[in-house]
Design a protein around this ligand. Structure first.
Ligand SMILES: Nc1ncnc2c1ncn2[C@@H]1O[C@H](COP(=O)(O)OP(=O)(O)OP(=O)(O)O)[C@@H](O)[C@H]1O
Length: 628
């Protein structure tokens, strides 16, 4: 296909070489073609993946640029883009949509179809193939123009005001309220395309009778749904066809503002390309925010997309500086390395993130169990060393009973009870609780706890005043034979394994603190402070909260329910986190300079940020986390 206007076919002596279209494809891997630019004996050599002369047909351009491959990738869920870039009047619009006169003046000859129509014909063929295989595909399109740094909806017949470009973590940069039209056939699409082309801003100037004054971006969204039973995933692919406005040296005062806006946004695009090529590592800054064009092309340029750039040049000697600019620009763009990846459906993404969460929690569980058993082992050895034969709990003894006794003795004083002062024994434990219960019980019982919690519907959750039957029946009777009396607290934070108590726990060095529930002591006249926010709730408290109606929860007067009676007390003893490798805090609070975020845990009613204290973690812990 000839890539130059008919007026530019004459090559003046000593003028620019004959190649006009330079296809830059990030995904091409074959031997590049070279293009020579000569002037006054000087030679500049550029290499491209394809160089197409003036005689090349539209069909040949489509094939040489291998646009079919991009369409196939878009069907598989990638974000693909095709840019036409170059000087004004060099044939960008012609390449992308075909000649103006034909597109807008009646039925277009198939032979002059541009890349857009050819891509769509191929795409519809692919969709048909897929639907015969049992997969569903939904096609929709949007068409916008960036004119004078304002975004206009080309599919809106009466656009009243420019649209805003917004950025979000999930959607990236996008245009608010942009119309998206669904289509099923090439005819339907052609109508939409013609409507869009009619709404474009064009002007006449010396180099082009009908020059585009803005950048046009046509985006085809390809959403696949899974209907086959092969376990495939739903994807959301995107194919963007971009007809950039031509770079030019503005002499015409009428078009001065348009020209400077065009040049400014092309300059921003050039800066982004340079930054993408030069910068290395994750911390690189790409100035996408400099213009709306770069914002909207950010995912195609530097994200997980694949981009093909078609550089159009004019062969006249007068255009040599612009030609060289275009060739430098596109040579640099060629050096961007793409990392194509399919965009999976949000639901699929969620499933994968939850699976990862489960993995992390399993690793955490394993780590905590290991720590627990090593502490128990150390304690047994210590006791054996002190008094041989007395360290193993006798039949009928439970290590936690002493703790309960201690708690009773202190009679509700706020002095913290620690293991150093007395041997802790689980409250309410019976004679059947053995050493194995201490070492392995936590794991078994955590599993038991999790199963009914996972299956519980809100209706099946216990209300205040009711015993949590589903849970109590699944646990050893020794743990629920009487209302558990919790050991005295040392600070407001509960014994959630991931919570740290910077003051008390560090001092005590053995047990993390337990939340002292003063409400269990009806004679205590002191007001009950609200110790923790919902964001910090452990699952046992969530269980209580979920069980009661809001009315019951908000009851201001009267005897308060004995919360400890409804509390599901996990049988695992408080974990020895001293000093704590993990700590948590609600959003934005408690962050220290030496703490680095590990991950975010999703919880209902708010987030729980988990931080890793790098000063207090040992390498084996780190290994587990990094590996997971
Ligand atoms: N290969 C070609 N064969 C025949 N005519 C062409 C060719 N390329 C471009 N033209 C004609 O040259 C003129 C300018 O082309 P076009 O509008 O596509 O340029 P452009 O690069 O989009 O310019 P601008 O940036 O100003 O919009 C048009 O009339 C178009 O039909």
């Amino acid at each position: 296909m000839p890539r130059m206007p008919p007026t530019g076919r004459l090559m003046p002596p000593g003028g620019v070489g004959a190649g006009n279209v330079f296809a830059e494809g990030q995904e091409h891997g074959e031997e590049p073609y070279c293009h020579e630019v000569r002037r006054a004996g000087q030679v500049r050599l550029f290499s491209f993946h394809a160089v197409l002369g003036p005689e090349t047909s539209q069909e040949e351009v489509f094939e040489a640029c291998r646009v079919e491959r991009l369409v196939n990738m878009a069907v598989q869920g990638c974000s693909c883009a095709v840019f036409a870039f170059g000087q004004t009047g060099s044939g960008k619009t012609y390449t992308v949509t075909g000649p103006h006169s034909e597109v807008l003046g009646g039925p277009q000859e198939p032979v002059s179809h541009g890349l857009i129509q050819r891509c769509l014909a191929h795409l519809l063929g692919q969709v048909q193939l897929r639907s015969t295989d049992g997969g569903g595909v939904t096609l929709s399109t949007s068409y916008l123009e960036i004119y004078n740094e304002q975004v206009w909806d080309l599919l809106d017949p009466q656009p009243r005001r420019p649209l805003a470009v917004r950025g979000s973590r999930t959607r990236g940069f996008h245009v608010e309220n942009l119309s998206v039209a669904e289509f099923c056939s090439l005819d339907e699409f052609t109508k939409l395309l013609e409507e869009g082309l009619r709404n474009r801003h064009t002007s006449s100037h010396r180099q082009n009778e009908r020059s585009s004054r803005g950048h046009a971006i046509l985006t085809v969204h390809i959403r696949t749904t899974v209907t086959s039973a092969d376990g495939g995933v739903a994807t959301q692919g995107k194919l963007s066809l971009v007809d950039l406005a031509g770079s030019e040296r503005g002499r015409d005062t009428e078009l001065q503002e348009e020209t400077s806006n065009i040049n400014r946004s092309l300059l921003s695009l050039g800066k982004c390309i340079a930054a993408l090529v030069d910068a290395k590592g994750r911390d690189r800054h790409i100035p996408y925010r400099d213009s709306k064009l770069t914002k909207l092309l950010s995912d195609s340029l530097g994200g997980t997309g694949v981009t093909l750039m078609i550089a159009c040049v004019s062969p006249t000697a007068a255009c040599l500086p612009e030609t060289l600019n275009t060739l430098y620009y596109s040579s640099r763009a060629k050096r961007i390395r793409a990392r194509p990846a399919a965009n999976r459906d949000q639901r699929d993404k969620l499933v994968h993130s939850l699976q990862r969460e489960v993995q992390l929690l399993s690793a955490e569980n394993l780590l905590l169990r290991q720590r627990l058993s090593s502490l128990q082992e150390a304690r047994r050895r210590e006791l054996e060393a002190k008094d041989p034969g007395s360290s193993r709990p006798q039949s009928g003894e439970c290590m936690w009973e002493n703790s309960a006794a201690n708690s009773t003795q202190t009679g509700g004083s706020s002095e913290p009870a620690t293991v150093q002062r007395s041997e802790p024994r689980r409250p309410g434990s019976s004679s059947s609780c053995s050493e194995a219960c201490l070492l392995q019980g936590p794991g078994r019982e955590t599993d038991k706890l999790q199963t009914p919690l996972a299956d519980a519907s809100p209706a099946s959750l216990p209300r205040p005043g009711e015993a949590p039957t589903a849970l109590t029946t699944s646990l050893p009777s020794c743990h629920y034979s009487e209302p558990p009396r919790l050991p005295e607290p040392c600070c407001p934070c509960h014994w959630h394994p991931l919570l740290s108590c910077p003051t008390h726990c560090a001092l005590q060095g053995a047990l993390p603190p337990l939340w002292r529930d003063r409400r269990s002591n009806e004679t205590d006249p002191r007001p009950v402070p609200l110790r923790r926010t919902k964001q910090c709730m452990g699952y046992t408290e969530w269980f209580q909260e979920a069980g009661g109606s809001s009315d019951q929860r908000a009851r201001p007067v009267g005897p308060r329910p004995l919360m400890s009676q409804h509390r599901v007390v996990p049988s695992a003893p408080p974990l020895p986190i001293s000093p704590a490798p993990f700590s948590s805090c609600s959003e934005g609070a408690g962050r220290k300079a030496h703490q680095r975020p590990m991950r975010t845990k999703y919880k209902e009613g708010g987030g729980l940020n988990i931080w890793m204290d790098t000063d207090h973690i040992n390498m084996s812990d780190l290994h587990v986390w990094v590996k997971s």
